[in-house]
Ligand binder design. Sequence first.
Ligand code: EPZ
Length: 447
Amino acid sequence: MDVFVIEGGRKLAGTLRVNGSKNAALPLLAASLLTDDPVILRDVPDLSDIRNMHRLLGELGVAIESERENNIPTTRLRVVDETEHHARYDIVRTMRASICVLGPMLAKRGQARVSMPGGCAIGQRPVDLHLRGLEALGAIITLEGGDIVARVPQSGRLIGDTVFLGGPFGSTVLGTANVMSAATLAQGTTTIECAACEPEIVDLANMLIGMGAKITGAGSPRITIEGVETLSSIDHCVIPDRIEAGTFMCAAAITNSTLTLTNCPLDAMMSATDRLEAIGVHIDPAHQGTAIDPLRQTCIVSGSESLRPVQITTQPHPGFPTDLQAQFMALLCLAAGNSVITEKIFPERFLHVAELTRMGASIHRHGTTAVISGVKALTGAPVMASDLRASAGLVLAALAARGTTVINRVYHIDRGYEQLEHRLGSVGASIQRLSEDAVAELGLMSE
Ligand code: EPZ
């Protein structure tokens, strides 16, 4: 297993391009199952989660080719064999987002068998809303040997209906993706009430509309889908990753540096930029030319000598994203005063608290709330990455800390940030990827 060795205290300067969004790309890749025609997806990031989705789709009969065109990664997908319909535990256990294939496979192939995702580091994460939504469209669903086994009703197609997707923590992003994708090929009209409003859902709807689906309301809590008989080919560019962009903004802020971000989805990041500005970070969109795509802007992010404490509550979009909670907590460790973060999406998503504390942070957690009392400085230490975003928080803390931080288990980071060490290195960070053996030889404690 690789580790990151980070020397803190370096100023950053330069330009980073925000890559295509992992969380948009995963359901888009799964949507390739909905058509017999070729699908082209541009700007799919090269991440371990994406490679796992490729592997899964390959097992489900999708031929995939990836290449770079004009330096943008381009993925070509085409279903060549529809006989397989089992997403095996082997793959699903490596990546919960495998559940994305359930709706598309059920709608197109009439049946789907998907291993039930287990718990994960950020909490229990049930899929009951996905199943309830598909059942409302007539799917017959059973649980067999740990697998979700789903088939369409006797009529041979799913049947449109009104589906309520609200749960105890709001709507469900991948549940909305599953039901919306399945409903495109259903007979009649489906209305999803309490749909997730995340930009990744809008991106999926745009791709499906480009394939011939009839969808209105994506981005609002009510999505209407009029089923069609078939979907056809598409050439679609994935939206930039708002969580990666927010992480880079925190990197500028925590090192009191100035970074330029290109391909930045500012329009999808209001809650994060609002909090950054309250903390004292400046974000200036660099308007060039007349036609600005609000999801692909250039902006200059400048830190500040003194960071102000703030309150943050994670919420469904357009509220503050849970996927930036750990990164903002790292930043607030160095604010001048007490900040409060309340986690309302994944109540257990606090594994970074203990590791940040090892670096000198002062954080007190009470249930779903953490009080962060700002300290003058963090100190490098050996720490353990536990999940993707918690690990990103540790990288940020390490960039600002005095001395050397060794982050173990960086495979978590590789799930969601492409070549993070090279990209942060290109703007001045001292960050090295080493094998555990090399770390032991150098005498840097790794566990
Ligand atoms: C997506 O997960 C993202 N994953 C997560 O990104 C993100 O944290 C999450 O949305 C919330 O924004 C991908 O897009 C691949 P949910 P998803 O269903 O869709 C509860 C990252 O770091 N719930 O919207 O699986 C659930 O427990 C990650 O990139 C049910 O109760 O999340 C949670 O409390 C990890 N029943 C809330 O809803 C269900 O059937 C929201 O979860 C489904 C969810």
